[in-house]
Design a protein around this ligand. Structure first.
Ligand code: C5P
Length: 405
């Protein structure tokens, strides 16, 4: 089968110490045949199963086994940024544990922690090791970081036992990565407006009312939408985070009023609005021009309501436009979310409950339910915010496809 879309792709293969390491030679050969560039990394244990010479010959590049090379430093950060894809095959139980916990005592984990590209892992181990709760827990944790599992196969294992634990075949691994690398042009030509992050409402020149939103969810949505071909404008409140994706237009704002004005400006030309910002509901009525002094035992601030950006855009939404809002709830979650969907004239509402561990503000993970205006509820597991963004945009794709019918 031809894998022409792997041509020119830069692939880091990490090989760890399992008998399945011999399959990494076939894997390397297949990637090279497809026109990819391959950089091999090995643990010391892996070199006992297959010779680095075999792999450097097949990959046509030196193999790295250490962060400190013979007379130089093998720059793991550079390698992590160089790669379009990283695949750890085979991934032993030990390496799964190290990756899940960030234990960086070899070059593979060092590059893994530095990589910004999709990371695939193809475990290989014996039956009981694979089914052990510790292993399964580590697999789930890696998936929650957005890493992609290439499932183990069933069959005869090196121990003589029969069952789960065989590393996937090299052809299947290449096939998975080649398909992943196919561009997903589902949002090509769509203009998407995303609000993200908190807003800061000034009390005086140095103090403000704000909230703990990091902007991570909105930024992840912007990046996934851009990867799917959308033309993205991200209106970002005062978050310490931003995006490196140069095709995303970032509009920085501080206050809810500024966010509101920017959103009103961009919305008419927008196909899809995603309101992921945690907008302050109120702002101080008359912010002091000078820093306020502490004079009295009590201080009362008069607050006035901020505009509801989602509701305002909902009012002017045209038939061809779609809007997605978020609801962060502590109680009566589903009912409240459904109420907001209707009230703000949204097409989809993404519900996350603060009761879910690992979900909501400042986490890298999120656990959501998606409610669409036809009252369909889709529930998802705890995942990385990047994977959650994929789920949300998959539902958007579904609704676009349904409306075309
Ligand atoms: O009413 P509530 O704040 O829970 O609604 C949340 C949804 O409304 C989110 O999508 C949020 O971005 C949006 N929102 C907004 N402007 C506000 C308040 C909320 O756009 N002032």
């Amino acid at each position: 089968m031809s894998h022409s879309n792997l041509k020119g792709k830069k692939i880091v293969i990490g090989i760890t110490g399992s008998i399945a390491a011999y399959k990494a030679a076939f894997l390397t050969r297949l990637f090279i045949k497809a026109g990819a560039e391959v950089q091999i990394l090995m643990t010391h244990a892996a070199t006992q199963f297959i010779s680095p010479l075999t792999l450097s010959t097949l990959s046509k590049r030196p193999v790295y086994t250490d962060v400190i090379g013979e007379d130089s430093w093998n720059n793991h950060v550079e390698l992590g940024l160089w790669a379009d894809y990283m695949i750890i095959a085979p991934t032993t139980a030990t390496t799964l544990g190290k990756m899940a916990n960030g234990i960086c005592d070899n070059i593979i984990v060092a590059v893994y922690l530095s990589a910004r590209c999709p990371v695939f892992f193809a475990p290989a181990m014996d039956l009981d090791m694979w089914h052990h709760p510790a292993t399964q827990y580590n697999v789930k944790r890696l998936q929650s970081y957005g890493n992609l599992l290439i499932p183990v196969g069933k069959g005869e294992l090196a121990s003589g036992l029969q069952g789960d634990g065989r590393m996937a075949e090299p052809e299947d691994i290449v096939h998975t990565i080649a398909n992943f690398s196919l561009p997903a042009p589902s949002l090509t030509g769509k203009k998407i407006l995303i609000t993200a992050g908190p807003t800061y409402e000034p009390i005086d020149p140095v103090r403000f009312i704000g909230n703990r939103s990091s902007g991570k969810m909105g930024i992840a949505l912007a990046e996934v939408a851009a990867r799917r071909g959308a033309d993205v404008t991200l209106i970002l409140g005062p978050s310490s985070l931003s995006t490196d994706v140069s095709s995303i237009q970032v509009v920085k704002v501080q206050t809810a009023i500024e966010m509101y004005e920017a959103a009103l400006h961009y919305f008419p030309a927008t196909d899809i609005g995603i309101l992921a910002a945690a907008v302050s509901d109120y702002r101080p009525k008359d912010p002091a021009q000078q820093k306020m002094k502490k004079k009295t035992d009590h201080l009362q601030l008069e607050l006035v309501k901020n505009p509801d950006i989602a509701a305002s855009l909902g009012q002017q939404k045209k038939k061809h436009q779609m809007m997605i809002g978020f609801a962060l709830e502590t109680n009566n979650a589903l009912e409240n979310a459904k109420g907001k969907l209707k009230k703000k004239n949204l097409d989809i509402i993404v519900l996350n409950s603060l009761e879910d561990k690992g979900a909501g503000f400042n986490h890298d993970t999120n656990k959501i339910s998606i409610i669409s205006k036809d009252n369909k509820i889709r529930k998802f597991e705890l995942k990385s915010k990047a994977a959650v963004a994929e789920d949300i945009l998959n539902v958007v794709d579904e609704l676009i496809a349904a409306e075309k019918v």
